[in-house]
Design a binder for this molecule. Sequence first.
Ligand SMILES: [Zn+2]
Length: 490
Amino acid sequence: MKRYILLALLITMTSSLFAQLSNPPGLNLIRTEDLRKDLYALADAHFNGRSAGTLDELKASMWLGEKFRAIGLKPAGDDGTYFQYFSILRNHIADNSSIQINNTPLKLWKDVAIAQMANINLNAPIVYLGNAADVDTNALDVKDKVVAIEANSKGINLDVSLPTWRYNRYIYNKYGQALLKRGALAIIFIADEVAEKGWDDAAENFKRGNYDIEGGPNQTVTAQAPVIWLHANAKKELQGNTGTIKMNLIVSQYSYPSLNIAGMVTGTDATLKSEYLMYSGHSDAHGIRNVIKNDSIYYGADDNGSVDVAMLANARAFVKNPPKRSVLFVIHGAEERGLLGSKYFSAHPTIPIKNIVAVLNGDMIGRNNTDSATILGFKPPHRNSLDLVNMALAANKEGPNFKLNTTWDEVTHVEGWYFRSDHLPYARLGIPAIMYTSLLHPDYHTPQDNAENINYPKLKKMADWMYRTGWKVANAAMRPMTDKGFKLER
Ligand SMILES: [Zn+2]
């Protein structure tokens, strides 16, 4: 009997020794306690939801830069600092804009929401078109007319994340575009039940306007037609075609600062240290918005504090055990405003861009079941490096052993998520890139995305996975190849 126990013990010891041999050396520096402590600090109410372009984002970025310094990363931003500043160009509707229906002034955002901005001053009768489901928007004479049309959700798939954020855009795409193409001067959508339910979320987004960096498509508001939303009760006033609108919209344009936070570990190999493995995340969240379940701070603990603190943990592991290649950590600003930080860094890199051998981006890695996760960029047409994907798969097998959900790269996937995170600008440049995620959840972009709701054992496993992959990439004899014929569908 004793002999069997001894034998069993011996087998256990050898196999755990074996596992340790295949573990990268800094793995024990990725600690659940650190992840938890850092995330509670970064997703704290102190930072007010880290909205891009605000002092809150700047403050959180200083906190992250100070972490980089304390951990021992070298500065990799501009001018020997941890930071790279850039300007966000923002357009939004000025507060002194006004809209009257039948000579009654409406309260901006409460009574009327402006979905598409324009500098315009008009006084016109309103042509009521009826319910969207009943009219053929491609066959109407709407030239130079202000038209009102009742929204209808028929045929629109709302089984998608953030339906209240997207519904107005779906309605615009389905009905509004055709009306503008036929020369409508302005469109008034009348809210149906779905739009009424999503009004507060949608109005918060409209209110903020749009954002870009220099040279981007949203930089200027061209002479486009305005699109506005009224509540359902406007229908009875407009139905008889006796309605009028007076609209004086002023688009205010200005720039304000955002920034990327960048630090690095120098590689140990005389030749390979000029190449960089890059970790990528984003610092910003959604700030303070409409109240949901008694809270108005959109903390962004999972999105994307989870990745930022996993990057800090990875940095601790790499600082103590540098690999052959150098390792670059970039936490981007203004991701939620349209991937602005990654667009800027990839266009103004602080190191030669062709020396970045791979980008390991992460977006939301701290929620859902502990045993499942995925990477985007896993399958064509989004996969741009089979080499890199294979390293991530091997790392998964050796460590966390997640069941992978591989449907997210399908071009028919309703989320189109591949196009919504910071790996994208790098992938477009042909740099091998993947995105780690523990996938979406109902608290996504709500105040309930907070530090209490994070699954910390899961976050630890995700941080391990990113580290194990990074260790392979940073020490491999050959850098991962970009797939021949890589071409995104849009
Ligand atoms: Zn995100």
